[in-house]
Write a protein that binds this ligand. Structure first.
Ligand code: ADP
Ligand code: MG
Length: 402
């Protein structure tokens, strides 16, 4: 895979596909980690007199066509502004993603200047399943530039025009973030130091069973928490009340549990839970052992005994991968489990990797510095699919040098 130093960029318009998909509260950015993570490549390109044209998506715009989506938003406006603040330079935002305003901006950039295209997902063709439709849009994007740099790690698992199709149309290279993320993922998959402990939480078990299946080949221990734990507990016959449960996954979970037993991989489940009267920050709540969870309560966090159990299972780890908060950390009353997991991982001396948009936001929101972990990945889905052993379309496109 080529890096940006292999690419002639001085005086050229470089289309930089970045991942600037930050969480927003209204128009306010609640965690700018992904923007910060994009700075090394942007700064390096600016330093080499490239004309940097940033292409990125934000949120999930809805609507049948460009006009409807652009009207509904979200616009990249706050992101372009924050990028300008962080770079301490003016960053112009084109009012469209690949139309006349984009072409005008591309033509107006001076050497070393940075401009941002409007939300690429305003264009329905960006995510089209139809290759020809996506290909036509990719050609429009590619016509804006003469070089392509792929640095949007968090989007590499998407077969989208700006991620997958454009690199085939322009001389291209991988950005620094992508190279750094892939280097860490290689460390996790190729002979990790042992014990290798994985902590999985978050909301949806169906999103994460694939990775659990593949991790059975490499991990020594898998600790399960968050919303996905309830399907595991239900598979073992426990009452989970009104907690998140994917009943259609119980069979698959049982399969994973027996495969783990066969391979000698330890699966560690919660032993106690915080059960709330409803899904709300001020809900009444108590701690219950998993053997006596009330039918009318909803589990929103792991309990204190589980926090201790997980800490003991992490204490001797040499390698840790963590994806998915242990509870509904957005509500302070249910953040203790996520805090305890973060605390235990921050004490580990080996390689510690936190992956996932919400997980990264959680550790920062709970006051952990980035330095408390070896690496905080910007991509949840992308790192999970890599660890699942799947080919990431965007990575394959960058590796393809033909
Ligand atoms: P990531 O973005 O790090 O990959 P996910 O998107 O899988 O993580 O999951 C994050 C979400 O999971 C958070 O919004 C959190 O509130 C939610 N979550 C964690 N535990 C529970 C639970 N017990 N019940 C409901 N939601 C939960
Ligand atoms: Mg998430």
């Amino acid at each position: 895979m080529k890096s940006i130093t292999d690419l002639e960029v001085g005086g050229r318009v470089v289309l930089l596909r970045a991942d600037l998909n930050v969480p927003l509260d209204g128009g306010r950015i609640t965690d700018d980690g992904r923007i910060r993570a994009s700075l090394p490549t942007i700064t390096a390109l600016v330093g080499r007199d490239a004309r940097v044209l940033v292409c990125a998506h934000l949120g999930r715009p809805k609507g049948v066509d460009y006009a409807a989506r652009a009207a509904g938003g979200p616009s990249l406006r706050p992101v372009a502004d924050r990028l300008g603040d962080l770079l301490a330079r003016s960053v112009e935002l084109a009012s469209d993603a690949a139309g006349p305003a984009a072409a005008k901006l591309a033509g107006a950039l001076a050497d070393g200047e940075v401009g941002v295209l409007e939300n690429v997902r305003f264009e329905p063709a960006e995510t089209a399943k139809d290759d020809a439709e996506r290909g036509r849009f990719a050609a429009t994007l590619a016509a804006l530039a003469t070089r392509y740099v792929g640095d949007g790690f968090g989007a590499l698992h998407r077969r989208h025009a700006s991620v997958f199709d454009v690199p085939a149309l322009l001389p291209h290279a991988a950005g620094e973030l992508v190279l750094a993320e892939v280097a860490v993922l290689r460390e996790l998959t190729e002979q990790p130091r042992r014990p290798y402990v994985v902590v999985l939480g978050g909301a949806k078990v169906s999103d994460k069973l694939g990775v659990v299946g593949n991790l059975l080949k490499t991990a020594d221990r898998i600790l399960i928490c968050g919303g996905m734990a309830y399907t595991f507990l239900a598979a073992l016959g426990y009452e989970v009340g009104r907690s998140l449960l994917e009943a259609d996954q119980i069979g698959n979970v049982s399969g994973v549990l027996s495969a783990a037993a066969e391979r000698g991989v330890e699966i560690v489940l919660p032993v106690d839970l915080v059960g709330a009267s409803r899904f709300a920050p001020d809900a009444a709540h108590d701690v219950y052992p998993v053997t006596a969870f009330p039918a009318d309560r909803e589990g929103l966090d792991i309990g204190p005994e589980t926090c201790e159990l997980f800490a003991s299972k992490l204490a001797d780890a040499q390698t840790v991968f963590w994806n998915g908060p242990a509870g509904v950390f957005e509500f302070p009353a249910f953040a203790a489990g996520t805090r305890a997991v973060a605390e235990a991982i921050s004490q580990v001396r080996g390689l510690t990797v936190v992956g996932g948009g919400d997980s990264a936001a959680a550790v920062r929101q709970l006051g952990f510095s980035d330095a408390a972990f070896s690496h905080i990945s910007t991509g949840g889905g992308a790192s999970l699919e890599y660890l699942e052993g799947r080919t990431l379309p965007g990575l394959a496109a960058l590796e393809d040098e033909a």
